[in-house]
Design a protein around this ligand. Structure first.
Ligand code: NAD
Length: 337
């Protein structure tokens, strides 16, 4: 099987490439990205072909690459709340328009698409657990620009679903819920808002800066270790008895439910066990800030986000296994040991 991974140089892509090379000797990867920083160690291996490419420009190359693959993962996107509010059109152009071009090619050449939707599509839904087939997708007013990411992804989901019905596009939509692990973000960037929450807190401690609880930090998230997420993706590619065909799966860990405030205290506590962090860990404080100060006025938050994983369990036979403490320790060991 020939697998095209667009955005292969990112957090999820790099782990997916490693897992495929490790576990499936008959799968070949074409890895496209503007950067190879996180997959440099794979370049030169058999069955791995890195192609440096910008999907906003290299249209002919993309067409050839989709034509020559069996399955395409369009993983290139910007998933940073600060960019949602500061440059929403960049999100639309990359996360929606550029990915739509890839999906259109998959329709044209009859290829399978495995697309990263997101827990963000559920937005401010109040359901206890978000259900792929029944929960509503609730976003805020247009002036709250942060919803451009959620809307872009939701439109991709709707287009892909419709193309499944109209053109028999073979697709799987997966919705990661806060996947965390090694290589998540570059923690050497000291700017607030440059990383996702776990890596942001780690970066702040590394640089001796306070940890910010945006609007008090009572927001609840479910954190999922990257190896659990990747196990689900491998099952989706394997697609035993076509079980993943035309399906949507939440891929998250409902047992790792934690508020951002509790997360901050947990990380600060653990940091004191790492030589590189312990001095700063004793000095930095956990402080409350407003979302308008931190992200700008067009931010709006999601209070609680817990996945139902019944479909992934029953259809894929997948279940997350890494608990919150192990998730943090494995991630921190990667960055600081
Ligand atoms: P990431 O930012 O680590 O990786 C994205 C990759 O896309 C980067 O390597 C980047 O260089 C590449 N890219 C950006 N612009 C490009 C361009 N013009 N041409 C080619 N490549 C380009 O993100 P990730 O965490 O690996 O996420 C992958 C996908 O999963 C994204 O679509 C994201 O929205 C989605 N997702 C991730 C999570 C999560 O928990 N990590 C949660 C929900 C959804």
């Amino acid at each position: 099987m020939n697998i095209l991974i667009v955005g292969a140089g990112g957090f999820i892509g790099s782990h997916l490439c490693e897992a495929i090379l490790d576990r499936h000797s008959d799968w070949n990867i074409t890895a496209m990205d503007i950067s190879s920083a996180k997959i440099g160690h794979l370049i030169g291996q058999d069955r791995f072909n890195f192609v440096q490419s910008d999907i906003l420009k290299d249209f002919d190359l993309m067409e050839d690459s989709v034509k020559n693959c069996d399955v395409v993962f369009p993983l290139a996107a910007i998933a940073s709340p600060l960019v949602y509010v500061q440059d929403p059109l960049r999100i639309f152009e990359l996360d929606f328009e550029a990915n739509l071009r890839i999906v259109r090619l998959a329709i044209k050449y009859k290829k399978r698409v495995i697309f990263p939707s997101t827990s963000e599509v559920y937005g401010m839904c109040n359901d206890e657990e978000f259900d792929e087939e029944n929960s509503s997708c609730v976003t805020g007013p247009i002036c709250k620009q942060r919803w451009i990411y959620s809307c872009s992804k939701q439109m991709m989901d709707r287009v892909i679903y419709a193309a499944g019905n109209k053109y028999d596009l073979h697709y799987t939509l997966f919705r990661p819920f806060n996947w965390i692990g090694p290589r998540l973000d570059d923690i050497t960037n000291p700017n607030n808002g440059s990383s996702r929450v776990v890596t942001q807190f780690l970066s702040n401690i590394l640089h001796g800066k306070n940890l910010n609880l945006v609007d008090g930090g009572s927001q609840v998230r479910c954190f999922t270790y990257i190896s659990d997420g990747i196990d689900a993706l491998i099952k989706i590619v394997e697609n035993k008895n076509n079980c993943a065909d035309k399906q949507i799966f939440n891929i998250g860990n409902p047992y790792n439910e934690l508020s951002i405030k509790d997360l901050a205290y947990k990380i600060k506590g653990l940091a004191s066990e790492y030589e590189k962090l312990k001095e700063n860990a004793s000095k930095v404080e956990i402080v409350v800030t407003s979302s308008s100060d931190y992200y700008g006025k067009s931010y709006q938050d999601v209070n609680r986000r817990v996945p139902s994983i019944k479909r992934a369990e029953s259809i894929l036979g997948w279940k997350p296994v890494v608990n919150m403490d192990d998730l943090l320790t494995k991630t921190m060991d990667f960055y600081f040991k």
